[in-house]
Design a protein around this ligand. Sequence first.
Ligand SMILES: Cc1cc2nc3c(=O)[nH]c(=O)nc-3n(C[C@H](O)[C@H](O)[C@H](O)COP(=O)(O)OP(=O)(O)OC[C@H]3O[C@@H](n4cnc5c(N)ncnc54)[C@H](O)[C@@H]3O)c2cc1C
Length: 424
Amino acid sequence: MGYPHSYYAATAHAAPPRPTLQGELTCDVCIIGAGYSGLSTALHLTENGYKVIVLEAESVGFGASGRNGGQIINGYSRDYDTILSCYGTDTANALLNMSFEGGDIIRARIEKYKIACDHRVGSFFAAFNKKQMDELERRKEVWEKSGNKSLEMYGAEKMPQVVDTTLYIGGLLDRRGGHIHPLNLALGEAVAIESLGGKIFENSRAVRIEKVSKPKVYTDKGSVTANYIVVCGNAYLGDTVPELTERIMSVSSQIVTTEVLGKELTKKMLPSGFCVEDCNFLLDYYRITADHRLLFGGGVVYSGTDPADIINRLQPHIAKTFPYLKDKKIDFAWSGNFALTLTRMPHIGRLSDTVYFIQGDSGHGVTTCHLLGKIIAEAINNQTTRFDIFSGMINFPFPGGRMFRVPLTALGAWYYAVREKLSI
Ligand SMILES: Cc1cc2nc3c(=O)[nH]c(=O)nc-3n(C[C@H](O)[C@H](O)[C@H](O)COP(=O)(O)OP(=O)(O)OC[C@H]3O[C@@H](n4cnc5c(N)ncnc54)[C@H](O)[C@@H]3O)c2cc1C
């Protein structure tokens, strides 16, 4: 199976043909899903000598990992103070100390495996108002205490160095963030896994798991018996493991890419080359691609459906940010799903002694999924300290069951968006 029509699919590196699983195989660890969570787990394990098989329902990076904004953003979907009030000082500090590692893992892999994925340094959080600036000041203070010394506040006078718009009053630059071509990162990681002896099967959807001491995964055409299974299907998991799906909600976000704008115009728009995400609850995020287009994402649909009118949804946001782009052609428009948890913190754990899972990045997963893959690999290797911290955070099922969880969550989001508009 291929990929949805996107800028990433159109500019992806050629991938080797990968087989469909046939017959009965065995391995140390079988991983379900070849997004960042599955690939990160697989690469950490193969680097440590484990025999790994990855089963992917479609193609490597088919899910959110091959469709996202490509922004390497540190931290989690919740800020430090919220995490502190929910989980206490020890957990909050432990999570904070781990929160810059995902980006370090990505950069180390790009370097080690020579992954060509248009990596650029620098992510910028843009503030519309004083309240958001105060929150960014607090973020800087907390992150600096935890060792991130790559941060700089920008006031209004410095904003022209970042972005050619009048929308923001300032923001926070993180030089430990940055951006990448997300699908090419995933494809490069897959090649790295295979170079170390790992096996990846595509068009091989796991349809059933037997959670016994030697767990077994079934696809339509074969099975894998392993010492451990790691489920990383996230928002695309469907009904394979219902006890996981009830704790997440599939949410879609949309992205467009303009026609090629050229070096001169894109340099005027974003002189520094940083990626930008604004501080709103329903945020816009954007950056310049390697071939000088604007890649612009924003909005969400609670239910994970693909809206038909992506261009009409996003073009007004582009025109508001860069009025002189209002007539530029949009070459690509696509949608992708991430998994939201009720707490907006990632959800990892064990379904049995031998079956692990990662899900619920809550839209903030480029770095987090790379970190969580490492943590699951550590747990399989009997180092559970960091796994215990993440898995100790309770993640509740969404209220309202299948029928009402979407409208209830949309209502909650609307409430926060209105508060934001009123600056309260
Ligand atoms: C439009 C969009 C923009 C985003 N932008 C950003 C961003 O800029 N920065 C950021 O930090 N985060 C961003 N995110 C979030 C980020 O992309 C995700 O957090 C991350 O990619 C999730 O990785 P994953 O491996 O957990 O899931 P996925 O990448 O979705 O991978 C899951 C994989 O599992 C496969 N699968 C599912 N079920 C089965 C099964 N039964 N058997 C076999 N395979 C199966 C799927 O086909 C899929 O390939 C964005 C998300 C979206 C949708």
